[in-house]
Design a protein around this ligand. Structure first.
Ligand code: PMP
Length: 451
C-alpha cells in the first residue's frame, strides 16, 4: 500500500509522472494513532496536489496567487542585500527582538497611514508573513470548538490555520459589495441563541481572496458597529489593500477603531513574498501576547529579512513600485475579464475585482468545478475549485481564477482552453445529467500554494 493518493482512486492524473505526485494522501501512516487531536484538523488544501501539475510550463495556471516578482528591479534588490551584509552584517545576521526591528515597525506605520491608520510602532509585531500573524492570533484566541466567523468563501490559508487549532468556522455570506452586514448580525444572534462562543470575525475587506470583491465604506462602518455591539473582535486581513486599480484605497476598518480590531498587513504583494515579512497591529494587551507567542514559535523573525525590507523602503521608490504592480495587475485583470466575456458559455458568471489577484467564477447549474479540474489540467489550464475556500462542503459550483502571474496573452489562452472544457461539460451534462460523480479527480487531494 505504498501507492500515492491518485492510485488509491484507481486513476492517473493526466500528464503527471508518478514520481512527481505528492507523497501524501492515502498512504498508511504508522503514527496515525499518536498524533495530537489538533493534528486531525491539519488537512491538506485544495491547491496542494494541483501545484505539481500547474507549475509545468505547458499548463496555464490560473490557480496559485503568486505575485509577479519579476516586475521588481531585481538587480537593485540584489545590490541592496549585498550592501546590507557588508555594512550591517553583524546586526543583520544576529538574533533580533521578538517584536521585530524597531525601525521597520516605524516604517510599517508609514505604510499603514496610506489606508488611514494612525498607529504607534509599539503596537506592531513583525511576523513571518501575515500567515504567521494568523497562526499566532488563532493560537492566542482559539480553544477547540470556539467559533470563528469568516466570509464565505474565505482564504484557504486562514481556514487551514483555524482548522489546525480546531476552531469551528461559520461562514457569513458576501455579495458584490463584500460581507453582508444583515447576515453578520443574524449569524451572531443565531449563535448567541445556541450558546456558542464566537471568538472573532475574520475578514478580508479589500479584493478578497478568493472572491475579488471589496467591502464598501458604508458597510465597513456598519460591520464595525455590529461587532462593537456584540463585543466581537475583528481580524482585518489586508494584504491586497494597496493594489487597487481605481483611485485611493478605502480607509481600513482599523482606521476607525484601535481597540476592537487586529489588523494584519504584509509586504508579500507590495514587495515580495520571499522576504516573508508581514505584521500584526494589535490592541496593547493582545500585542503583548503576540510577542510571547512569536518568541515561543520562532524566537525572532529573521533580522536579515527585516533589515532588507527596511532598507528597501528607506532607499527605493516603493510607492512607484506599487504603482507598477497595480498597472501590471490591472492589465492582467482586463485580459481575464475581456476573454471571459468573449469566450465563456452562457450561464457562467464572475466577479469584477477592482484590485488584487482574483476572480470568482460561478458555473452553470449542474457543473462541479472539482470534477472538471482533471479535464481542465488535461487541456493544460488550471484553477482552484471553489470547495477549497469553505470549511464545509460548499463551493462546488465555483472556481477561483488568479490573473496575477501569467502574461496577458497566456491568460487569454488559458481562458480559451477553460471555456472549451466547460462547453464540453455542458454538452455532457445535457446528455447524461449532472457531472458531479462522472469520473473521480486524481488531483482532488488538497494542499499548498495556499496563496
Ligand atoms: N491573507 C490572505 C488573504 C492571503 O491571500 C495571503 C497569501 N496569499 C496571506 C494572508 C498570507 O500572505 P503572507 O504570509 O505572504 O503575508
Amino acid at each position: 500500500m505504498s501507492h500515492g493518493h491518485t492510485e488509491a482512486h484507481g486513476e492517473h492524473v493526466p500528464g503527471v509522472p508518478e514520481e512527481s505526485r505528492p507523497p501524501h494522501g492515502s498512504r498508511i501512516d504508522a503514527y496515525v494513532d499518536r498524533y495530537a487531536m489538533r493534528a486531525r484538523g491539519m488537512i491538506a488544501s485544495e491547491v496542494r496536489a494541483l501545484f505539481a501539475v500547474a507549475s509545468r510550463p505547458e499548463v496555464v495556471s490560473l490557480a496559485g496567487g503568486m505575485p509577479y516578482v519579476t516586475a521588481l528591479p531585481l538587480d537593485v534588490v540584489g545590490e541592496l542585500v549585498a550592501d546590507l551584509v557588508a555594512r550591517r552584517g553583524p546586526v543583520a545576521l544576529q538574533y533580533g527582538s521578538g517584536q521585530g526591528d524597531a525601525h521597520l515597525r516605524e516604517q510599517i506605520c508609514e505604510v499603514m497611514r496610506l489606508e488611514g491608520i494612525d498607529a504607534h510602532a509599539d503596537d506592531v509585531v513583525v511576523t513571518v508573513g501575515s500567515q504567521q500573524a494568523l497562526d499566532l492570533i488563532t493560537r492566542i484566541f482559539i480553544d477547540p470548538g470556539d467559533v470563528v466567523l469568516a466570509e464565505g468563501p474565505s482564504y484557504v490559508g486562514a481556514l487551514g490555520t483555524f482548522s489546525a487549532y480546531q476552531a469551528t468556522v461559520v461562514h457569513v455570506p458576501m455579495d458584490e459589495y463584500g460581507l453582508i452586514p444583515e447576515a453578520l448580525a443574524e449569524t451572531i444572534t443565531g449563535l448567541a441563541a445556541t450558546g456558542r462562543r464566537i471568538k472573532f470575525l475574520y475578514t478580508i475587506p479589500n479584493y478578497q481572496n478568493p472572491a475579488g470583491v471589496t467591502l464598501t465604506a458604508a458597510r465597513r462602518a456598519e460591520i464595525l458597529r455590529i461587532c462593537q455591539r456584540a463585543n466581537l473582535l475583528i481580524i482585518e486581513d489586508n494584504p491586497y489593500g494597496l493594489l487597487g486599480f481605481d483611485g485611493d484605497p478605502l480607509p481600513a476598518i482599523r482606521a476607525s477603531d484601535a481597540d476592537g480590531v487586529v489588523y494584519l498587513g504584509s509586504f508579500s504583494k507590495t514587495l515580495a513574498p520571499g522576504f516573508r515579512v508581514g505584521w500584526a497591529l494589535a490592541p496593547h494587551a493582545v500585542r503583548e501576547k503576540l510577542v510571547l507567542a512569536m518568541e515561543s514559535a520562532v524566537l525572532s523573525h529573521s533580522s536579515f529579512a527585516q533589515l532588507a525590507v527596511g532598507q528597501y523602503l528607506a532607499t527605493q521608490p516603493w510607492r512607484e513600485q506599487i504603482k507598477t504592480f497595480r498597472e501590471l495587475y490591472r492589465e492582467r485583470r482586463d485580459a481575464l475579464l475581456t476573454s471571459l466575456e468573449a469566450l465563456m458559455p452562457p450561464g457562467c458568471t464572475w466577479t469584477r475585482p477592482g484590485g488584487g489577484f482574483f476572480v470568482w467564477m460561478t458555473l452553470p447549474e449542474g457543473l462541479d468545478s472539482k470534477a472538471i479540474l482533471p479535464r481542465a489540467v488535461n487541456a493544460r489550464v488550471a484553477f482552484v475549485p471553489g470547495t477549497g475556500f469553505y470549511a464545509g462542503d460548499e463551493g462546488s459550483q465555483h472556481m477561483r481564477l488568479s490573473y496575477c502571474y501569467p502574461e496577458p496573452s497566456r491568460i487569454r489562452e488559458g481562458v480559451r482552453r477553460l471555456a472549451g472544457v466547460i462547453r464540453e461539460e455542458l454538452e455532457l451534462r445535457d446528455t447524461f445529467g449532472s457531472v458531479t460523480n462522472r469520473g473521480r479527480s486524481g488531483v482532488d487531494t488538497p494542499g499548498p500554494n495556499l496563496a
